[in-house]
Design a protein around this ligand. Structure first.
Ligand code: FES
Length: 220
C-alpha cells in the first residue's frame, strides 16, 4: 500500500508547511476537472488528512477538512482551497411509505423535517473527504442497509433528491435508474457540498432485480 508520503511526494520529516504546499500542488492534478479521477482525488485527500493528523493539526476545522471534487475551489492561481466535509440531509424510505409521500415530491424533505420522525429516520450527517456515504452513516451510528459493499447489488441504494454522489468503480446500477437519481451509498462519494438523500430505497420495485439475497453482513 502506498504511503501518504509517497502520495504527496514529501519526505517523512516534512513539516506542516511542506505538506500543505505538496497537497495543494498534488490535488490540482488529481482533481477530476483537471484530468484526474475521483479515486486519485480521494487518495490525495486521505494522504493529506493522515499527515495533517500526524502533525498534530489534524483536528480538522471546516476549512481544513476535505471537500467533494466538484466543490473544491482551485482559485485564480490554481491553488486548492481547504477541503471540507459534505453535509447530508437524510430520510428513511420507510417514512416515505408510511406517510404516503412521493420520492419526486419537491416538498419531501420539508415535510420530513416537520413530521417529528425518529433521529435515525430523518436527520443530518457529515461525510468526511475520505468516506463513502455509507461509511459516514455508519460512523454516525446509523444502520443503513448494505450487503456486498462493492457495487454488486443494490442493497445500499439511495435516492438523490438534491446534490450528486459519485459511482467511481464498477457498479450494477443501470443508467436509466442512475439518471432518475438512484445511487449506491457503499461506493458513492459526495460531488456536491450538500445532498438530500433517501436511504433504504432497496424495497422499491425497480430495484428488485438488483438485490442480493441477505448475507451474513447484511443489515435489515
Ligand atoms: Fe452492494 Fe453497495 S452494498 S452495491
Amino acid at each position: 500500500m502506498v504511503s501518504p508520503f509517497e502520495v504527496l511526494a514529501v519526505d517523512e520529516d516534512a513539516d506542516e508547511e511542506a505538506v500543505e504546499r505538496a497537497y495543494r500542488e498534488r490535488v490540482k492534478r488529481a482533481h477530476p476537472d483537471q484530468g484526474g479521477s475521483i479515486e486519485e482525488f480521494q487518495l490525495v485527500r486521505r494522504a493529506y488528512r493522515e499527515l495533517s493528523e500526524r502533525d498534530g493539526n489534524g483536528e480538522e476545522s471546516d476549512e481544513e477538512a476535505g471537500t467533494a471534487p466538484a466543490d473544491i475551489d482551485l482559485g485564480d492561481d490554481g491553488a486548492a482551497a481547504g477541503p471540507k466535509p459534505a453535509r447530508v440531509e437524510f430520510l428513511d424510505y420507510e417514512a416515505v411509505v408510511d406517510y404516503g409521500w412521493s420520492l419526486d415530491d419537491n416538498e419531501l424533505f420539508r415535510k420530513a423535517a416537520q413530521a417529528d420522525l425518529a433521529p435515525d429516520a430523518y436527520g443530518r450527517l457529515l461525510v468526511q473527504p475520505d468516506e463513502s456515504l455509507l461509511e459516514a452513516a455508519e460512523r454516525s451510528g446509523f444502520a443503513w442497509p448494505f450487503s456486498c459493499r462493492g457495487g454488486a447489488c443494490a442493497n445500499c441504494a439511495v435516492y438523490l433528491a438534491e446534490g450528486d454522489l459519485s459511482q467511481p468503480t464498477d457498479h450494477i446500477m443501470p443508467e436509466d435508474l442512475a439518471e432518475r437519481g438512484f445511487r449506491l451509498s457503499c461506493n458513492g462519494y459526495p460531488l456536491t457540498d450538500e445532498l438530500s438523500v433517501v436511504f433504504n430505497v432497496k424495497q422499491r420495485p425497480e430495484l428488485d432485480d438488483l438485490i442480493l439475497p441477505p448475507g451474513p453482513f447484511t443489515r435489515r
